[in-house]
Design a protein around this ligand. Structure first.
Ligand SMILES: [Fe+2]
Length: 316
């Protein structure tokens, strides 16, 4: 009886979003181990400046990205997805809400210096994780030589200074001849800003780039986390009024339950209770009017193991 009531409430309240848009960033499987111990400096390289600095093509006030998409679906070029986690300088804490301002050239190596195409901002979420999808930037001439494919970043942890740098891709034929990308020591060392890309089953090249930067972090208690199985990427807005959008990832084919519970542990809404393949999913919850304002928890269970939860706040 209760189940059927919940089911009706579920069907009434939930609007399923687009499914399996992108696959799971490969870095996430190693997160619990990473945040549960202090990583030594060898594995915790601070983010470095790029020798070319900001370059001539920065435009301020780029928009916040919608759904992590920097490149429109019609944008020409090879789709890539970059993901990572923002850490403090000791790698002992993660830094949520870090502003990551991104810009790069299009497939033919041209910047949009009039509008904001291939320009936008993402923010690390409350696990310090960020992700965005775009196209691999094209080469362009810098004097007589081509610059390697690169993405520009201006990264600003809350209350701290911005750091401006560039990201490159392993195997790029122009890295060794590039003034900035070839630097392998000193303050402009690009070694840890050259990342490999690997092709996933959806035809998207994925890369992982953790950002280690000066900022105020928070500890992430991993006792209740099994982030190798699945996780909630993002909830927005939070606090919310009418509707809250939820993005989560499933890292293996499994029975997935995504519930909203109150402070007493009562299930308020079932947002997912089905078998799902590995992938990234989105769902929206629009509570009925009798759901009181206050604190709730969004819980993700994979094969009945609670792998993650996030506090959400419904406002009046
Ligand atoms: Fe550039």
């Amino acid at each position: 009886m209760k189940d059927s009531k919940n089911r009706r409430r579920f069907l009434k309240n939930v609007m399923l979003g687009a499914l399996s848009v992108v696959s799971v960033p490969i870095s996430l499987k190693s997160l619990p181990e990473k945040v549960s111990k202090n990583v030594n400096s060898e594995n915790c390289p601070p983010l470095t400046l790029d020798a070319y600095g900001q370059g001539p093509f920065y435009t301020a006030n780029a928009p916040n990205l919608q759904n992590g998409q920097l490149a429109d679906v019609n944008e020409l070029g090879q789709r890539i997805q970059i993901s990572g986690q923002v850490f403090n300088l000791e790698c002992s804490e993660i830094i949520p809400n870090t502003e990551i301002d991104i810009w790069h050239a299009d497939d033919s190596g041209v910047y949009d210096n009039v509008g904001y195409n291939l320009r936008g901002k993402v923010f690390s979420n409350n696990q310090g994780i960020y992700t965005f999808e775009t196209i691999k930037p094209g080469f362009y001439l810098n004097g007589s030589t081509y610059r390697p494919s690169h993405i520009h970043f201006k990264i600003t942890p809350p209350g701290f200074s911005s750091l401006i740098t560039q990201l490159y891709f392993a195997g790029d034929p122009y890295i060794t001849s590039d003034f900035a990308a070839s630097m392998n020591s000193g303050v402009y060392d690009a070694t840890h800003r050259i990342i490999p890309l690997s092709l996933n089953s959806l035809g998207i090249w994925e890369g992982t780039w953790d950002i280690i930067i000066d900022g105020n972090g928070i500890s992430l208690n991993t006792d209740y986390l099994h982030l190798d199985k699945g996780m909630i990427y993002n909830v927005s807005p939070n606090p919310f009024n009418e509707i809250i959008d939820i993005e989560y990832g499933v890292f293996m084919n499994s029975d997935v339950k995504l519930n909203v519970i109150d402070l007493s542990g009562n299930i308020i809404a079932e947002l997912s209770d089905i078998n799902q393949n590995m992938g990234k999913y989105s769902v929206s919850w629009k509570p009925e009017s009798y759901i009181a304002p206050g604190v709730y928890f969004l819980t993700l269970k994979i094969n009945d193991l609670q792998v993650h939860y996030i506090k959400i706040v419904k406002e009046i």
